[in-house]
Design a protein around this ligand. Structure first.
Ligand SMILES: [Zn+2]
Length: 279
């Protein structure tokens, strides 16, 4: 049994079930133990979050993803090489082998996402940029060849993410995971038909820009996610995140959008099935 420790209490259940569009069941917060997937799913289901997309960010994470989605009907999977992984792979000459394995794992029928890929100019310095961009282009191509959705990680790299997507041609289903842009970027993404996935960051006090971006996103292009174990929504910022806390983010989003909670839940559930297919 995992002790609940200092974990936030369960919020009131959502009236209509939604999907956590991006979570990491293989990662423990601050190097701690990862959650028990069965317990995490049960806790989330109890508050109206019975389905999740499990994202594997490196080869061990991608292998875990394919194994865990076989065990739990609540989960679909995503596999990719995270932008912070790709410079290291390149410098060790391991890129080709890693890509071949990701491509093989992506053929699993319950893997429905190529992601998270993208660009991270915050954690990787200028030396890593060419490897990240090359990897991003490769993942875009993989998503198009396989017909899978693309989930993008964009940290401090908005212009290059938008430019490379335009140059390569975005896949039919393109998701900006943990959207972090401003209102202008949101408008561009909406115009191009991309989906914007909002995480707990949208509930943070200082996130006015992000709420402005959310306010111009139509319901038909919205998703919600945890990015657990990170980005725990307010008022539990800093505690471990998990899918059972999605209702806090959904309610905050409904406030910003000035829609009722059931309408937002229905939109998120419909969008998720349209993008990822049935569970
Ligand atoms: Zn993530």
């Amino acid at each position: 049994m995992t002790s609940r420790g200092d974990r936030p209490p369960a919020p009131d259940p959502l009236p209509i079930p939604v999907v956590d569009n991006h979570t990491h069941l293989d990662i423990g917060r601050d190097g701690g133990e990862p959650p028990d997937p069965g317990e995490a799913i049960a806790e989330a289901t109890a508050v109206g979050v019975p389905r999740m997309v499990q994202i594997g960010c490196d080869l061990p994470g991608a292998r875990f993803t394919v194994e865990v989605i076989d065990r739990y009907a609540a989960l679909l999977g995503g596999v990719a090489l995270h932008p912070n992984e790709t410079p290291g792979l390149a410098s060790r000459g391991e890129t080709d082998a890693a890509r071949a394995e990701i491509e093989r794992l992506a053929a699993h029928p319950r893997v429905r996402v190529v992601g998270e890929t993208g660009l991270d100019y915050f954690r990787t310095g200028p030396d890593g940029i060419p490897a990240q961009q090359d990897s991003f282009r490769w993942h875009i191509d993989l998503a198009k060849r396989t017909g899978l959705a693309l989930q993008i990680h964009d940290r401090d790299a908005h212009d290059d993410v938008l430019r490379i997507l335009a140059e390569e041609g975005a896949p039919e289903h393109t998701v900006l995971h943990c959207f972090s842009g401003d209102i202008e970027m949101a408008r561009t993404c909406v115009e191009r038909g991309y989906h914007l996935s909002f995480a707990g960051t949208v509930t943070f006090k200082n996130a006015r820009q992000l709420r402005n971006a959310l306010a111009v996103t139509p319901l038909s292009q919205l998703l919600v996610e945890t990015d657990a174990p990170y980005l725990t929504p307010s008022p539990h910022r800093g505690a471990p995140n998990a899918s059972y806390l999605v209702p806090l983010t959904v309610r905050a989003m409904a406030d910003v959008l000035n829609v009722d909670v059931p309408a937002l839940c229905t939109a998120v559930a419909d969008n998720s099935e349209r993008i990822y297919g049935p569970w």
